[in-house]
Design a protein around this ligand. Sequence first.
Ligand code: HEM
Length: 381
Amino acid sequence: MASCWQVTGKQGFLIAPEPVTDPLPFLSNTMRSAVGEIMDVASCLPQLVAEGRCREACLALPIPNFSGSDVILDERAAERLHQAYAFLSNGYLWQPGEEPTRQLPRTLAIPFVQLSARVKRPPTLSYTNTQLANWRRLDPAGEIAVENIKAVQMFQPLPDEEWFWVLHIVIEARGAPAVVAGTRLVQAAKLNDIDQIERQLEIIRSGLETIIELAGRMEEGCRPEVYYETLRPFLFAHPDGVVFDGVQAFGGKPQTFLGQTGAQSALIPAICASLGLRHARSELTTYLETVRAYMPEPHRRFVAGLDGQVVRDCVSSTVSQNSVRTLYNSCIEKVVEFRRLHLGLAANYIASRMDNPRGTGGTDFMRWLKHMTRETTEQML
Ligand code: HEM
């Protein structure tokens, strides 16, 4: 059976064909009542957080055993459960009005680690939980568009939070044709098929234009101060590591993870890889490689398998016409335009609000986002 993380031309890296919102039908009978209780708490998380009762509710949860291979019968149901625990865990660690804690209780720690083994990603909140698998359509036959998508799981009852997730989700879907065009571009370059190269570069450029247009709509529904003050605090992993109570494999030692970030999306990395864009080895590229472990495994392989150096070689070769080179450079310009716009978002939503800004992964992100933008500009042919 095809993985739900197979990359498609319609939805790109979003879970396919759509997320399972209720995992109960995909569980063995013996699990259903305990998991039903957990899903009820996950669905009420925004209210529990708002009322300061998240910790109390999490401590009272049952501890189902998700470790057997025949316990969860659908990959997407395992994702929904992983997502529920990822949100509950960060809700628990960062409950507003309480001292932050690094101690995850056994009611969350044991099942979360079992589910993480199943989905092959770390037991921490990631972009996969918050965006790739966090949507449902209002009209089941309708498009993945801002008017037709709702988030499945939230931290707080705030429209700004929902807009933040939904806009990224729509960007992933609308960027999908550019991702598929990227794989075709590399193939066409291997065959030196100039017509096909032009066709795919046009799709990539138009995909980037759509991504830029959508990303520019962030403030329409997500106020920077609301993001910074109320949503961002939930996205961090504890800097000193999290202690997973009752998880023998960790032997009581704190486990350190990176916080949730858009850098865990494969969309821009895939487009850049297919264009053959490279960045000099640095603290920044190491960080970007590390965050790949937080992507679904098929996406890591997808990006790793895309090498657009052949595209650059083909475009810069003497036989290729000037129009191809111009088209290729216009794609690079669009990547630069995205990165400039994105830099503005990072400044407005985060950096301008704090001294010595650090990203959820702890990096000096303004410096390196600028650096990446500059390095992209330098790769015009
Ligand atoms: C208010 C909106 C946004 C803010 C505040 C924001 C913030 C950040 C920050 C601080 C980083 C540095 C990484 C880190 O510290 O973990 C980052 C990286 C990144 N973000 Fe965003 N981001 C936003 C929207 C988006 C959108 C809409 C996308 C589109 C998919 C995106 C894609 C990326 C990518 C691909 C990176 C890695 C750097 C690169 O390749 O240019 N972000 N973001």
